[in-house]
Design a protein around this ligand. Structure first.
Ligand code: GLY
Ligand code: MN
Ligand code: MN
Length: 488
C-alpha cells in the first residue's frame, strides 16, 4: 500500500485538484477543507498511570554499570532505523541489541544518550519520535505518521514505561552537533546520528564502547534467564509442531517446516532469532542451509536448527536431527549416538570455573575417538586432535554464548570470551556435529549425505549447569518415542 498522497502517486490516481488545492503547495492534492477536517475531531487517547516494564530495574542497573565504566563521557546508543527492502517497502524493524539491552525499548529511530553529570555519573535520556502532530498534518501525510504506522507512545508514556526521561529525537542531531566534550557512539545502526557525530568520535573509542556492551551481556540477570527459558519453551513447542506436519512437508518441501516453525515464533514471540535451518537429507551437511527449498523424504534425516526470539528479544538456538519416518537406520543411529555421546561430554564440562574452551575440547575428543574407531582416521586420537584431522567432518566450533543475539557477545575480547572462564549466569550452546558430505570419497558410501547435530542451550549455574532445552529429547531412543507420540 503506497502513501496515497506522496508525489510518487501517479497523477491519474490523485484526486482532481481544485484551485484551492493547487494553492496548497505543501501537500498536493489536499484541499484546505480536508486539511482542516483532519486537524480535529480526534479523541484524547493519552494513557495515564502506566506501570514500568518488567525489566526496568534491570535496564537501570545496566546503565549504571555503563556509566561507571565511561565517566565524564557522553554515550550515544541508537536503536537504528528502518532499512529499505525495495522502493517504499522496508525490512521488519529489529532494534539494536545494545539499545534494547539498556532501555527495554524497541522503537525505530530511538536513541539512548547518557550525559555526563561531572567527573562521575550520567543522566540518561531516551530520544524518541513523539506522537504525530495532527495540527501540521504529519499524522496522516508523513510516512512516519501514526495513521500509517500505528500509534506510538507519547513521550510521557514512554517515560513511565521505561523509567527514563524522554525527549523528541528530531532535536537530537543538532544537540549532538553542538555538544562539547568527549563522546562515544555505538556504530552501525543510525547514519543520521553518525553524521552528527562525525567530527567528535573515533573508531577506536567507539569500538571500546561496543566491546564493553558485548562483554557486559555475558552474565545474564534473572530477567534474562527467564526470557531465555521462555524462548526455549516456545522453541520446544515449535519443534513439536514440525514433527506433527512431517507428512505435509514430505508432500511439499522443507519450506513447510520453515513456515510451521515461523508460525509458532510469530504467535508466541517476536520472531525467529535467526534464519531457520530446515535441512533434509544431505542438506544437513550444508551448515547454513536456509534456502529450505529441498525435498523431505522418508528414510532421510531432518536437521532442524531453529529458535524463537521472545518479545524482549532473547533467542533460543536449538538443533535436533530427526528421522523423517520416525526410526533411525543403523548407520544414522550410529552417527547420531556418537554425536550424542560427544554432546554429553561437552555438557558435563560446562561449570563455573571451567575454561570456555573445555566443552569444545571434551566434545571434539569423543568425535575424534569415534572417527578412529570407525576406521575413518588413523590413530592415535591425540595425534588426530593435534593435527585437527577430525575437523573434515566436525566442521565448526562446539558452541557460543547465547542471549539477545544468537551469537551473543560477539564483540567481546578473546581473553573475556574464547580464552575466558565460565561464570554462573552465562548461557551457551553445546552443539557438536558430524557431517559427511554427499561427495566425500574418503568415507564409505553408507556415510555419505548424513549430517547430524544436537544443540542445546545450557545455563551455567552455581554448581554446574542447567539444560534449558531439556524439554526436547536427546537420545536416539527418546527421539523416536517422542516422535511416535506426537505423530499419534
Ligand atoms: N543456528 C546457528 C548456530 O547454531 O550457531
Ligand atoms: Mn543453531
Ligand atoms: Mn548455535
Amino acid at each position: 500500500m503506497a502513501d496515497e498522497l506522496t508525489p510518487e502517486t501517479p497523477e491519474e490516481e490523485q484526486p482532481k485538484k481544485t484551485h484551492k488545492q493547487r494553492k496548497n503547495g505543501l501537500y498536493p492534492g489536499v484541499s484546505d477543507e480536508l486539511a482542516e477536517s483532519m486537524r480535529s475531531g480526534w479523541a484524547d487517547t493519552e494513557l495515564h498511570g502506566l506501570e514500568p516494564i518488567a525489566q526496568a530495574a534491570h535496564t537501570a542497573a545496566r546503565r549504571a554499570a555503563l556509566s561507571a565504566r565511561f565517566p565524564g563521557e557522553r554515550l550515544v546508543i541508537p536503536a537504528g532505523r528502518l532499512k529499505t527492502r525495495s522502493n517504499d517497502t522496508e525490512y521488519p524493524f529489529r532494534a539494536s541489541t545494545e539499545y534494547a539491552y539498556l532501555t527495554g525499548d524497541q522503537t525505530e529511530n530511538g536513541v539512548l544518550v547518557l550525559e555526563p553529570t561531572g567527573e562521575t555519573g550520567h543522566t540518561a535520556t531516551v530520544y524518541l519520535l513523539p506522537r504525530s502532530n495532527r495540527e501540521n498534518g504529519e499524522f496522516w501525510l508523513s510516512g512516519q505518521g501514526e495513521l500509517w504506522v500505528g500509534r506510538r507512545h507519547s513521550l510521557t508514556e514512554a517515560e513511565q514505561l521505561l523509567g527514563i526521561p524522554a525527549k523528541d529525537v528530531r532535536e537530537l542531531p543538532e544537540a549532538l552537533t553542538e555538544a562539547e566534550g568527549p563522546v562515544r557512539n555505538v556504530r552501525g545502526h543510525d547514519p543520521v546520528i553518525e553524521s552528527a557525530l562525525t567530527d567528535k568520535v573515533t573508531k577506536e573509542r567507539d569500538e571500546e564502547l561496543r566491546v564493553y556492551l558485548s562483554e557486559a551481556r555475558a552474565v545474564k540477570d534473572d530477567f534474562e534467564i527467564g526470557e531465555l527459558q521462555k524462548a526455549v519453551d516456545s522453541t520446544v513447542r515449535g519443534f513439536e509442531d514440525v514433527v506433527k506436519v512431517l507428512d505435509k512437508a514430505e508432500a511439499t518441501s522443507e519450506r513447510y517446516i520453515e513456515g510451521t516453525f515461523f508460525l509458532r515464533a510469530r504467535v508466541e514471540g517476536n520472531d525467529i532469532g535467526y534464519g531457520s535451518i530446515c535441512a533434509a537429507g544431505p542438506h544437513a551437511c550444508t551448515l547454513h542451509w536456509v534456502r529450505n527449498d529441498g525435498d523431505v523424504r522418508s528414510g532421510d534425516l531432518l536437521l532442524l536448527d531453529a529458535g524463537v526470539e521472545t518479545h524482549s528479544l532473547y533467542t533460543a538456538d536449538v538443533t535436533r536431527t530427526l528421522p523423517i519416518n520416525g526410526t533411525y537406520t543403523d548407520i544414522q543411529r550410529k552417527i547420531y549416538d556418537a554425536v550424542y555421546e560427544s554432546q554429553e561430554a561437552g555438557i558435563a564440562a560446562v561449570k563455573p570455573g571451567a575454561k570456555f574452551r573445555d566443552f569444545h575440547d571434551a566434545s571434539q575428543h569423543v568425535l575424534a575417538e569415534k572417527l578412529v574407531e570407525w576406521g575413518l582416521l588413523e590413530g592415535p586420537v591425540e595425534r588426530v586432535l593435534e593435527l585437527g584431522l577430525q575437523r573434515r567432518w566436525t566442521l565448526h566450533g562446539t558452541g557460543h554464548m547465547l542471549g539477545m543475539d544468537v551469537h551473543d557477545c560477539a564483540a567481546a575480547r578473546t581473553e573475556a570470551y574464547v580464552d575466558g572462564t565460565l561464570e554462573p549466569g552465562m548461557c551457551l550452546t553445546v552443539e557438536p556435529g558430524l557431517y559427511f558430505q554427499a561427495d566425500d570419497l574418503t568415507v564409505p558410501e553408507e556415510y555419505r549425505g548424513i549430517g547430524v547435530r544436537i544443540e542445546d542451550d545450557i545455563l551455567v549455574t552455581e554448581d554446574g549447569n542447567r539444560n534449558l532445552s531439556a524439554g526436547l529429547p536427546r537420545t536416539s531412543v527418546e527421539v523416536e518415542a517422542w516422535m511416535a507420540r506426537l505423530k499419534g
